[in-house]
Design a binder for this molecule. Structure first.
Ligand SMILES: [Mg+2]
Ligand SMILES: [Zn+2]
Length: 216
């Protein structure tokens, strides 16, 4: 889903590139089976604590907000591409209702090996699946973002690696209580600039860090 992005002459806008699952919204647990998945229907959307206040904080500090998300479900035959688009659109609307404007959502629908019943056109290598920087590059280019003042906010090492590859800063939401899906159990193997358990506390730290950098 794409929104109008004001064009300026040079890349001079600070941006926040947001991972979706585990960063903005919670994973979904099936009551019966206990199986965990990512949200693929609007009614499964649950914003994580501190997300709205943190996003408002970023917007007030002048950052352009975008989402960059790997969604290999359609390639793996788990749900449709339309389900991904509908869910993302609902998330953007949900945030808009809270006064938070998301400029654009860039999605990688690919998966290297796919799965049973998956959309074959989405299976194979690509340049956009994080930890590759393709999604981030698209947002940076279209939004005319300045890399030195842009942050990737995620919850996984792939977010940090993608940020590094795109030449932007990385910060991770890392709730110590989380375990089931946690790729960072025992600490992140690739260190982001900032880590916090809580999205809003992390946002405050990012804004503080950037303000200090601008003042130098
Ligand atoms: Mg994530
Ligand atoms: Zn891709």
């Amino acid at each position: 889903m794409k929104r109008g992005i004001p064009m300026t002459a040079s890349n001079d806008r600070p941006g926040i590139l947001l991972d979706r699952d585990g960063t903005l919204i919670d994973v979904v647990r099936e009551e019966e089976s206990g199986v965990l998945s990512v949200a693929f229907h609007p009614r499964q959307l649950r914003l994580l604590p501190g997300v709205v206040s943190g996003l408002r904080r970023f917007a007030e500090a002048g950052y352009a907000l975008s989402i960059v998300t790997n969604q290999p479900g359609p390639a793996k035959g788990q749900f449709s591409r339309e389900a991904v688009e509908r869910t993302n659109a609902a998330l953007v609307e949900m945030l808009a209702a809270e006064g938070v404007s998301i400029e654009c959502v860039e999605v990688c629908l690919h998966h290297p090996s796919g799965g049973p019943g998956g959309d074959a056109s989405l299976v194979g290598p690509c340049e956009c699946r994080k930890p590759k920087p393709g999604l981030l590059e698209r947002v940076i280019e279209r939004g005319r973002l300045r890399r030195e003042s842009t942050w990737m906010i995620g919850d996984s090492p792939v977010d940090v690696l993608a940020a590094r590859a795109a030449g932007v800063h990385a910060a991770l939401v890392f709730p110590r209580s989380r375990c089931e899906l946690c790729p960072l159990l025992g600490g992140p193997p690739v260190a982001p600039a900032l880590v916090d358990e809580h999205f809003d506390a992390l946002a405050r730290a990012v804004v503080a860090r950037s303000g200090a950098a601008d003042a130098r």
